[in-house]
Design a protein around this ligand. Structure first.
Ligand code: ATP
Ligand code: MG
Length: 416
C-alpha cells in the first residue's frame, strides 16, 4: 500500500481531471460507494472460485461478528447501491466512480495491495451501442492524454451463459487429455474455473491450447449479432481493435463483450483498463434482470504509463505557476499582500509565496521550476516587482500595475 507523494499527486490530479472532463462530455453521473461491503456480496458477484475471492480479499469480522471485506473492485458495490436505492429497474443509468481497491496480491510494478480504479458502469441498455460508447469514451481519453498510440484494444465475446457452458465442457474434455502437461495453476483451474486456463502465461499450456476448441465457434446467434454490431460501430468510429479469442477476464459475471486496453510499455502488468458486459449480475444479486456494461481503469498503471511516455505536459508537473518572493527583508510584508492582489485579479493563476529566509533568493526561486517568478524590491520610487518569465525579466513594475502586467505575461506563458 503506497503513499502517493507530492511529487506524484500533480500527475494523478491531471489524469483525474482529464477523465472527469471526458466522462462529463458523455453525460455520466458520479456515484460514491463505501469502501467496505458485506463479504457475501463479493462472493456472490465475483464468484467463489476466482483469484479475488479465493485468495485476494481483505476480510474481517466487525464487532458484531459480521463478515466485511475491503472492496477488491467497484462493480459489485455499484450494483448493490443501484439496487438498494432503486436506480436500476426500468431505468437507464450511466455511472462512474473512483477510489481505492484492495487485493492481497504479490506486490510488484503495476500491482499493489491498495490501488485505485476509475470505473464506469451502465445499466438498462442491452444493445451493442452502449458497449461501443464505453469503448469510444475510453479511446477518447487515451487520445486526450496522448497515449492512444501506446495502447491496443483487445476484444472478445464470451457469448451467453448457456453457450459458454457448452464451451467450458468441451474445453475441459479436451484439456483432460493433457492434464499431466498443464502447469499447476491450470490443473487446479480445470476443476474450478477452466476458462481462466486460456489466460495462462505458461508456454507448455499455451502450446496445448493451440488445438483446443475456440470460444467463438460456440457463440449463440444473439451474441454473434451483438458482436458484429459492436465491431461495425468501432470500425465506423475508426477505433482499431484486435480480436483475442483467448480473452476471458478473471471475474465470473461477464457475458458477451469483454475487452482490455493493453500496453507493451509497462512489462508484465500491461492491462490499463478492462471491462465488459455483465447482463446477469443484477439479477444474480437479487434485482430484476438488467443489462449492464462497464469497465475499470487502473490509475497507478495509467500514471506509470504517462510517466514512461513522458506524456504529462510540463505545466501539469508543478502545483503553482508563479513564485513570488521578496528581494530584501524590508519588502517581505508586501509579498503576501501582492499575492492576494494577484489572486483577486487573475483567477486561474496558481501562486506560491516565499515565506522563508532570503539568502540566495534568486536561485531558490528559479529552482522551484515555476514558469513565472516575481521578485518584490524596494526601488527609489517605492515598492516594485520584477517579473521573470523564464527567458527574460521585465523592468521594474509599480505594484499598481502588477495585476495587468502579470495577467498579460500569464496569457503568453499559458499558450506555451
Ligand atoms: P490483472 O490481470 O492485471 O490482474 P485483473 O483482471 O485482476 O487484472 P480487473 O479486476 O479487471 O483486473 O481490474 C481492472 C484494472 O485495474 C486492471 O486492468 C488494472 O489496470 C487495475 N488493477 C487490477 N489489480 C490491480 C493491482 N493489484 N494493482 C494495481 N492495479 C490493478
Ligand atoms: Mg488480478
Amino acid at each position: 500500500m503506497n503513499d502517493i507523494l507530492p511529487g506524484a499527486t500533480p500527475i494523478w490530479q491531471y489524469l483525474e481531471r482529464q477523465v472527469k472532463a471526458v466522462l462529463s462530455s458523455y453525460g455520466y453521473d458520479e456515484i460514491r460507494m463505501p469502501i467496505v461491503e458485506q463479504t457475501e456480496l463479493f462472493k456472490r458477484s465475483i464468484g467463489e472460485v476466482t483469484d479475488i475471492v479465493e485468495k485476494e480479499m481483505y476480510t474481517f469480522d466487525d464487532r458484531n461478528g459480521e463478515s466485511l471485506t475491503l472492496r477488491p473492485e467497484g462493480t459489485a458495490g455499484c450494483v448493490r447501491a443501484g439496487e438498494e436505492h432503486g436506480l436500476l429497474f426500468n431505468q437507464t443509468q450511466r455511472l462512474w466512480y473512483q477510489g481505492a481497491m484492495f487485493r492481497y496480491e504479490k506486490p510488484q510494478k503495476g500491482r499493489y495491495r491498495q490501488f485505485h480504479q476509475i470505473g464506469v458502469e451502465t445499466f438498462g441498455m442491452s444493445s451493442a451501442d452502449i458497449d461501443a460508447e464505453v469503448i469510444m469514451l475510453s479511446a477518447r481519453l487515451w487520445e486526450n492524454l496522448g497515449i492512444l498510440d501506446a495502447v491496443t484494444l483487445q476484444l472478445n465475446s464470451l457469448g451467453s451463459n448457456e453457450s459458454r457452458q457448452q464451451y467450458k465442457e468441451d474445453l475441459v474434455t479436451y484439456l483432460n487429455k493433457y492434464v499431466e502437461q498443464l502447469d499447476e495453476d491450470s490443473q487446479r483451474r480445470l476443476k474450478s474455473n477452466p476458462l481462466r486456463i486460456l489466460d495462462s502465461k505458461s508456454e507448455s499450456t499455451q502450446l496445448i491450447l493451440q488445438d483446443a476448441p475456440v470460444l467463438s465457434d460456440y457463440l449463440d446467434d444473439d451474441s454473434k449479432a451483438h458482436f458484429s454490431r459492436l465491431t461495425e460501430l468501432l470500425d465506423q468510429a475508426g477505433i482499431k481493435y484486435e480480436i483475442n479469442t483467448r480473452l476471458v477476464r478473471g471475474l465470473d459475471y461477464y457475458c458477451k463483450t469483454v475487452f482490455e486496453w493493453v500496453t507493451d510499455k509497462l512489462g508484465a502488468q500491461g492491462t490499463v483498463c478492462a471491462g465488459g458486459r455483465y447482463d446477469g449480475l443484477v439479477q444474480q444479486l437479487g434485482g430484476k434482470a438488467t443489462p449492464a456494461v462497464g469497465f475499470a481503469m487502473g490509475v497507478e498503471r495509467l500514471v506509470l504509463l504517462l510517466e514512461t511516455l513522458d506524456a504529462v505536459p510540463e505545466s501539469e508537473k508543478n502545483s503553482f505557476d508563479l513564485y513570488i518572493a521578496a528581494q530584501s527583508k524590508e519588502v517581505q510584508g508586501d509579498v503576501i499582500r501582492c499575492a492576494e492582489m494577484l489572486r483577486d485579479g487573475i483567477s486561474d493563476l496558481r501562486i506560491r509565496t516565499h515565506c522563508a529566509g532570503l539568502k540566495n533568493i534568486n536561485n531558490k526561486a528559479r529552482q522551484t521550476g515555476a514558469r513565472l517568478i516575481l521578485l518584490i524590491q524596494q526601488s527609489e520610487s517605492g515598492v516594485v516587482g520584477v517579473l521573470w518569465n523564464g527567458t527574460e525579466s521585465s523592468a521594474q513594475i509599480p505594484l499598481k500595475e502588477l495585476p495587468a502586467v502579470v495577467a498579460q505575461q500569464w496569457a503568453i506563458v499559458k499558450q506555451g
